[in-house]
Write a protein that binds this ligand. Structure first.
Ligand SMILES: Cc1ncc(COP(=O)(O)O)c(C=O)c1O
Length: 355
């Protein structure tokens, strides 16, 4: 990545909101820190990079993103260690993935060196918003929206890149996570946008997820649109299965988001000597393993929850309980990752980036 410094103008808040925040009662992603980053794309180039107080801005009703949904985003976190140092986790993965998403959605790519500089400057300015303690972090939400006006169904010529940040605690609080395997709805299709972190992928998940929630489940396990046989993702997380002593996770295809946490889980598993297979796994293989008693664990992995173990799954009205095992792989891998993120251990992979 280039080391060129980009000009970023900075306007700080007159008075921080920090004193008014009760950090013991945070709902995920509802409170935002004092500042945000903005950069606009006009006349063929990204320009006017600035950090300003967090707040609303006015736009026209014909704003392109409202009508045709050209919008991409990223999700990452800043962590604080016991000494008060602040770290990012593998940020270059997110810069690269956002540009993959931009390309698919016909949005101009954002210079990765400016992304890096903007993110680090913003987190540094709001570093008091990163609370210490395991599970606490500052969630970072970079995103790009189409800002041209007019309702022609064309790619926009103007865009806005922003980063907003939100203090959070651990994402999932419920102990029980029951999932239902999709046998009708899909989140992605071949040739579609499943691998991109684009708004419409999430909008399309809300209705089928609401239906399974009414039945008492927390997440959908998404399957491939053509056969509904291949297991793909768990809600908005990548999914990992443990059959016998081996972890298996579907590889990121054009239907699956290439998760940073999943990649990290693979590296950690290898280091812990846990066999990991990145390959297609079908509903048939899963239910057969459950019937034989060789299915030991299922977990989702993603930035928000790190690792989220599943307690039961259902397929076509038949429910399967996961065994309550001692010494699961999920908690071991989670602890390894958290220790790196919170600077509680060596970082053998060089993933931590100090701010
Ligand atoms: C659809 C989907 N899959 C997987 C993930 C996990 O990706 P990551 O580990 O990079 O957070 C996410 C985001 O968190 C997601 O939205």
């Amino acid at each position: 990545m280039s080391t060129t410094k980009f000009p970023i103008s900075i306007e700080k808040v007159a008075k921080s909101k920090l004193q008014n925040i009760d950090f013991s009662k945070l709902a995920f992603g509802h409170i935002f820190s004092d500042h945000m980053f903005i950069c606009d794309y006009k006349e063929g180039k990204w320009q006017d990079a600035r950090i300003v107080p967090y707040g609303p801005f006015s736009v026209e009703p014909s704003l392109s993103v409202f009508h045709y949904g050209q919008a991409v985003f990223e999700g990452m976190k800043a962590y604080k260690d016991d000494k008060g140092d602040v770290f990012l986790f593998r940020p270059t993965e997110n810069y690269a993935r956002m540009n993959k998403s931009c390309k698919r959605m016909a949005i101009p790519e954002f210079p990765e060196a400016l992304f890096d500089q903007a993110l680090k400057t913003l987190v540094d300015i709001d570093r008091n918003w990163v609370q210490p303690g395991l599970g606490n972090s500052l969630y970072l939400r970079p995103f790009v929206i189409a800002t041209s006006t007019g309702v022609q169904a064309n790619p926009a010529t103007e865009y806005r890149f922003m980063i907003i940040t939100s203090p959070v605690q651990s994402y999932y609080t419920t102990k029980e996570v029951k999932v239902k395997i999709a046998d009708h709805y899909s989140r992605a299709a071949n040739g579609g946008t499943g691998f991109a972190k684009t708004a419409g992928n999430y909008a399309g998940q809300f209705y089928p997820t609401a239906l399974i929630k009414e039945e008492g489940f927390q997440q959908v396990i998404w399957t491939d649109d053509a056969t509904h046989e291949k297991l793909e993702e768990c809600g908005t997380m990548n999914v990992v299965f443990r059959i016998g002593d081996t972890l298996i996770s579907p590889p990121p295809t054009e239907r699956i988001l290439d998760g940073v946490t999943r990649k990290s889980v693979i590296a950690v598993a290898e280091r812990l000597g846990i066999p990991f297979e990145s390959r297609t796994i079908t509903v048939t293989e899963l239910t057969e393993a459950a019937n034989k008693g060789t299915l030991k664990e299922i977990f989702g992995c993603g930035t928000a929850a790190v690792i989220s173990p599943v307690t039961a799954f259902s397929y076509k009205d038949k429910e399967y309980q996961l065994p309550n095992i001692q010494d699961g792989y999920a908690p071991r891998i989670k602890e390894f990752l958290l220790n790196i993120q919170y600077n509680k251990s060596e970082d053998p992979f060089g993933w931590r980036v100090k701010i």
